[in-house]
Write a protein that binds this ligand. Sequence first.
Ligand code: GLC
Length: 599
Amino acid sequence: MINGNLKYVLCCFLILLLNCSKKEVMSKDAQLEQKIDSLLKLMTLEEKIGQMSQIRHFEESAEESISEKFIGSIIHTQGPLPGEIAEEWQAKFVKLQKKALSTRLGIPLLFGVDAVHGQNTFEGATIFPHNIGLGAANNPDLVEKIAKITALESQATGFNWVFSPCIAIPFNEKWGRVYESFSESTKITESLTKASVRGHQGNLEDSSTVMATAKHYVGDGATNFGVEGGETSLSTEQLQGLLLPPYKVAVKEKVGAVMASFNTVTGISMHAHKALLTDTLKVGMNFDGILVSDWKAYSRFGGIDIINAGVDMVMAVDGDLDDFQQGVKEGVESNKIPLSRIDDAVRRILRQKFRLGLFQNPFPDSSLVKKIGITSHREIAKQAVRESLVLLKNKSVLPISKNIKKIVVVGEHANSSGLQSGGWTVNWQGTEENYKGATTILDGIKKQTKAKVVYDKEAEGDHLDADLAIVVVGEQPYAEFFGDIGHESNKLTLELTIEHKNYIRKYTRKGIKTLVVLISGRPLVVTDEINASDAFVAAWLPGSEGDGVAEVLFGEYNFKGKLPHSWPKSLEDYKGKYGPNFWDNSIKPLYEFGYGLQY
Ligand code: GLC
């Protein structure tokens, strides 16, 4: 029993302790702001505008621009690789960083990359299932581990910033970027956003963590008819209720950057939408990080208006740099842009550079190179593959019996790590080829069984004596608007190609047990194929560890995945503005959101 006096002394001590620790925390934040202030005071207008400029490592004579135009960030996307091996990637960025450090104020560079399912621009990195598969797995701990590995392998190739996670809420499977987001469910998206930001950023000063980017703010997946960069005509309530919550979670997790979106909201370009960029995000959510533009936004979405609306750093790529820098300089000098807006932008950029510890450790850790694609990383990726699979139908086919004698495997998707990985893999638009370090679904099937396995890529052989046909079909890789259904650049539909339908039909119509494994970045209209087959698995875009699929098909693991999107039954469901799930409740999906069978 503590007597009265002692209790009083203890309380005082605790209050003193709390005050000190609060002052301690306050002094850390206050110290950071003081460092920023003292640096900001020294900067010329050109140096400030330079910090707001982002270019690719191979354009604008990058080294010269860093020295003379005070570039604040370098990115790698869509263009020549920084090198062959990871050491060369690091060396290239070290050289550019040294250029930045030798400028008058020596402010270090941010190096950004679209590492959206592993460090997917580097062949040999661990490639995870795209986010739609992670939404099906719905395992936040796993997502955090995946983000941590992605951050490490990104740092190993010289990057301290990734443009990930995409936290869109897709409304319509016609959109070409459904696979980049987790789910149609705001709740699942909030949960996995938190895990992803935490996994990527961890302790930001650590040499194996990176700054994350919540994107694309806001309404990218909710455009009319799923058009990339189209019009999002949602009400404020719908934005507040469905699309903004994941951003609130990301900001609460101290996400270092948010990327503005290509679409318009009620007719205003998101890049020039001051109410949503500044009032709602920066002020309303208290976001203190970098609002970065998307591709070439200065010339595409309103020039200096995007700066006044709240954009802090501009992806001034593909010829935009000089117009951007000159335009903003003139804007400030003619009072069209308040200097306070520029100072706010630069403050945010410097704040993240300090938080990343770049002023003390501006260079990547070369010891991380040997960790790219290591077994322990691939084991996590394989677990994600297994947990992402959704079993839609199973008429006594799965798990595949160990006593089976002959299996015929059909379809180019069974034997191509490129096709099973989708867009943003090795190349921007993905690849159809096998790539370094990856395993295919066929590799996995062969490992799992003693049966005779015959691979008949285009179903031309005569294998009607097979006990089981495993037909692996689906979409070709695509990224961004190239995946929009109805876009002039492609002939994509929401159905399988006639060739893929025939692969399936060849065996179903002969009464051969047929399992279909669908490789796709979104639910497709495959009602007839599901009805015709004996078993049907949605595998999404598994990434490099294709052999993880077979571990579930042969029963080493049970199915766990649940549909992150409701599954449409017919093309007629798409006659509406958004498709069947949100606005026209009279249309019932083939499978509800959350559906998934197990053994
Ligand atoms: C693209 C994408 C964005 C990506 C950026 C850099 O247009 O919209 O997601 O991060 O450009 O590649």
